[in-house]
Ligand binder design. Sequence first.
Ligand code: SF4
Ligand code: SF4
Length: 383
Amino acid sequence: MNYRVDPTFKTDLKKFGLQSWNDCFHCGNCTAMCPLSEDSFMFPRRAIRNMQMGLKQKLVSSIDPWLCYYCGECSDTCPRDANPGEVMMTLRRYLTSIYDWTGLSRKFYTSKAWELGAILLLGGLIVLAFAIFWPSISPELTSDGGVRINSIIPLRWVEYGDWAMAIIVAFLLLSNLFRMYIKIVHGAEAVKVPFFLYFKEAWRLIFHFSTQWSFSKCDGKKYWLWHWLLMSGYTIMFIIIVVFLPWFQTEEIYDPWHPQRLLGYYASFGLLFGLIAVIIGRLRKNKAKFKFTHVSDWLFIIMLLLTVLTGIFVHIFRLAGMPLATYYLYVAHLAILVPMIMIEVPFSKWSHLAYRPFAIYFANLKKAALKLQEKPGINFATT
Ligand code: SF4
Ligand code: SF4
């Protein structure tokens, strides 16, 4: 297949955080160092070469950037300080914007005003809705009688809101994943995949999403642990609020060892621990993976941290029997949670949690299909 060189590609990538495009002189050190690189596969160097040559079409149909977990081992040892880990990170931001058909991802990644504006707008709408409807739905709110969490807003309404949010986010994410699939499996180096392989290889999706297994191959196991704690805490909390909210948000306060509270504590701990570790790393900048932080990284971290902290303090104020503090903080919690999910999950930083396991799935689909066709010559990393 012939590829056209796009001379504007590198300039475009700079909007997504690319620091420098021509430092790499292809010594191959990063390929030798990377724990995820496989035999006869130029990972991560192939993506860097394609980027340098302006082969945008080839990169857009490539899985490579998603296979990198940004452990930073390649960047630590690059003799040219080309920071290959950060190049892969930039390519992931760019690819996220390519998969997104709404164009919003590109706006959010390339403009602080757009991302901040969208967050403030959504959060402001939540506060405004409460300001308008609150007195009529909860006239007895400030009256004496202890903390009644579901008197702030009927639980049914919150549940409907959660479902609406989940449907919108799932639609956006799945449609973008479909576009990713078309570009990777049917784009450049297209492979015909037999139908049964989609099922045969499906276990990889669940396995890689739930374990982040490839990340565990990197030397710094603590980074894998932080990432896994964050991911598992986020996933558990998301499932609880979307599927099991009536079980989770009860007026009755159960014993500390009740599964409802234990799950909530685990999710909060996982999120808080992972976030604090990441924030300390990014402030200290003593590792290659933390030296450069894109504005979208900070926004995601801050939004998630505020969501977790407001959730924890709602719980503490509730236990302490402080109704007004609980109610106002609950509104603030929703005003941060909603934009965090609506913007970060389909359009920004969070989406890598979905794209990465799917990339590994697509890579293995192509590999298995090629093996069936006995078509040598194309190498994929499938870590
Ligand atoms: S990114 Fe650095 S280590 Fe990798 S090939 Fe280029 S110069 Fe060598
Ligand atoms: S950051 Fe780590 S996983 Fe990514 S390419 Fe470099 S060595 Fe490999």
